[in-house]
Design a protein around this ligand. Structure first.
Ligand SMILES: C[S@@+](CC[C@H](N)C(=O)[O-])C[C@H]1O[C@@H](n2cnc3c(N)ncnc32)[C@H](O)[C@@H]1O
Length: 205
């Protein structure tokens, strides 16, 4: 979906608020670190960060206008434990060391319904391979969507890389919902799966 342009959303302004606007290696401490890719306006990750001050949360968002909204929330909520990356998931390797992340969240990722665009899906195999490399051995991937075809395709993509420990075809509302989830709940079920890293996938695929 096209996002409204935000007048003040420039790389310079975002950088002045501490947003990471160019790829650089993040030095994560020994605290647990959780990454959301395609955070949109940031409601989910900011709430998680607020409720879990002892963990590090990282929001990655490629669209500068919505990234600005995450930064506004971070400022308003005074979140010292939230890092924001203005960047593309295709370059995750430039930011993170292997085995450095405890969990990855994908919420309402763009469905890219046409076959010729499937490779842009954030659950497509090359992305999954990177996730398994960056996740710690007991790390998890949590994927949530309202799009049935994307969900079923993603189960097929994810199975070789992760041990799928939970599949839910009618997820209940919770305290941690994105802007999309709040809107989409009115129109039908929300799907979610959780996968745990499979050691052999890291070594072989
Ligand atoms: C459909 S929106 C959902 C936003 C939010 N997760 C929510 O549920 O409200 C998908 C978001 O993913 C972002 N996105 C898509 N591809 C991305 C990529 N390769 N790297 C980072 N963000 C991406 C888009 O800019 C958009 O904000």
């Amino acid at each position: 979906m096209r996002q409204k342009k935000v007048k003040y959303a420039t790389k310079e302004i975002l950088e002045s608020y501490g947003v990471i606007v160019e790829p650089k290696r993040l030095e994560l401490t020994d605290k647990s670190a959780f990454l959301e890719i395609g955070s949109g306006k940031g409601q989910f990750i900011t709430k998680l960060a607020l409720d879990n001050p002892n963990y590090i949360f990282i929001a990655m968002e490629v669209n500068i206008n919505v990234c600005y909204r995450i930064m506004e929330k971070k400022e308003a909520m005074k979140l010292d434990n939230l890092l924001i990356i203005l960047g593309d998931a295709s370059f995750l390797n430039l930011y993170f060391d292997k085995d450095s992340i405890d969990g990855i969240y994908l919420n309402f990722s763009d469905p890219w319904p046409k076959a010729k665009h499937h490779k842009r899906r954030l659950t497509y195999p090359p992305f999954l391979k990177t996730y398994t490399e960056l996740l710690k051995d007991d790390g998890f991937l949590q994927f949530r969507t309202d799009h049935p075809k994307l969900f079923l395709d993603s189960i097929d993509y994810i199975e070789p890389y992760f041990n799928i420990v939970d599949v839910n075809y009618e997820l209940e509302a919770s305290a941690y919902m994105t802007e999309y989830e709040i809107k989409k709940r009115a129109f039908g079920p929300i799907y979610q799966l959780i996968g745990k890293v499979e050691k052999h996938a890291k070594e072989g695929l």
